[in-house]
Design a protein around this ligand. Structure first.
Ligand SMILES: Nc1ncnc2c1ncn2[C@@H]1O[C@H](COP(=O)(O)OP(=O)(O)OP(=O)(O)O)[C@@H](O)[C@H]1O
Length: 298
């Protein structure tokens, strides 16, 4: 019998998920697990709970959205031997779950996979000394993420973001930045930038393009050029509405690197895994290779 600490965020995603809490617990119990259930009590508690209690358990299972998973992994990697994390994605966006080959249609199948799936070890990101799970970003979307209240996000989900972005497209100003990696330098104006370790950001699949490997010791840098004319504006709106970033190919610069430094003309607001990451003029971002282990569907 496996002792499992099941940490869930009741504030993530839609309320109706939690009507199935008992089914999730029952499914894991059927897989020869003894479940201790713990609802997070405050922001950041998913990580704190893992630091406090994981040594008494064989495995951790986390249910929530990208924010909860990010906090859990940050907690796990504070420990000298990070515990294996199973993940049940029940948030609003669930970007990170797209990397894990999970059976996304049914909660009970997700719960079974969380305790019976295949462990994989991934790289983690480090942003000015602080960890992030899958994306550090500035620009267009990130300000929208701050300004769309959590309640609206829960109610309207993706549409809330998109309506806000399209409404504000014309007023989005580019940022002047210098990007330094290996022996290369790029300087210019960009609308949006991200450094990521994922195949999906903001519900966009294939963003960044090229199906990145989460365990190769590299992060992907993606920069989007400013809107120059009506055609760019139309493409930008279409990419957002169809959640198809490839429409933006002519405006997108991408490359992979283990370490990058980004310096802005003035302080930039960053988000880390979709949550506020603070204002910074210079950031140093790097991959921490093979930092944590999470369960995949295969
Ligand atoms: N007990 C709690 N009270 C208030 N906030 C909490 C509590 N537990 C966790 N949180 C916070 O809830 C926020 C939202 O959680 P999460 O990101 O998992 O869900 P989501 O926003 O619905 O999904 P996604 O990030 O995938 O869009 C996180 O910032 C987390 O810190």
């Amino acid at each position: 019998m496996k002792h499992v600490l099941f940490i869930y965020n009741r504030h993530a995603g839609k309320n109706k998920t939690w009507a199935n809490l008992s089914d999730m617990i029952n499914t894991m119990t059927e897989q020869d697990c003894l479940i201790t259930a713990y609802p997070t009590q405050y922001r950041g508690d998913a990580g704190d709970a893992i630091v406090r209690w994981s040594s008494a358990f064989d495995q951790i299972v986390v249910a929530g959205g990208d924010g909860t998973l990010s906090e859990a992994i940050a907690g796990a990697t504070r420990l000298p031997e990070p515990p294996v994390i199973g993940y049940i994605p029940v948030g609003t966006t669930n970007d990170f779950s797209k990397n894990l080959d999970l059976p996304l249609d049914k909660l009970t199948e997700l719960a079974a996979t969380a305790v019976t799936g295949v462990p994989h070890t991934h790289d983690l990101g480090r942003f000015n000394g602080r960890s992030f799970l899958y994306v550090a970003a500035f620009g267009a979307f990130t300000e929208i993420a701050y300004s769309t209240p959590q309640k609206a996000k829960n109610l309207l989900g993706y549409n809330a973001y998109i309506l806000e972005v399209v409404k504000n497209l014309a007023s989005i100003k580019p940022y002047h930045i210098k990007v330094e990696w290996e022996d290369q330098v790029l300087e210019g104006d960009y609308l949006y930038g991200m450094v990521s370790n994922t195949t999906s950001v903001g519900r966009f699949r294939n963003f960044p393009p090229g199906n990145p490997d989460l365990s190769d010791g590299l992060l992907e840098v993606t920069l989007i050029s400013p809107i120059r004319d009506v055609k760019d504006m139309e493409e930008f709106s279409r990419a957002l509405l169809m959640t198809d970033p490839s429409i933006l190919n002519s405006m997108m610069t991408t490359f992979s690197t283990a370490k990058v430094k980004i310096t802005a003309a003035a302080e930039l607001l960053w988000t880390l895994d979709g949550e506020a990451g603070g204002a910074h003029q210079t950031v140093e971002i790097e991959a921490i290779p093979h930092a944590y282990t999470i369960i995949h569907g295969k």
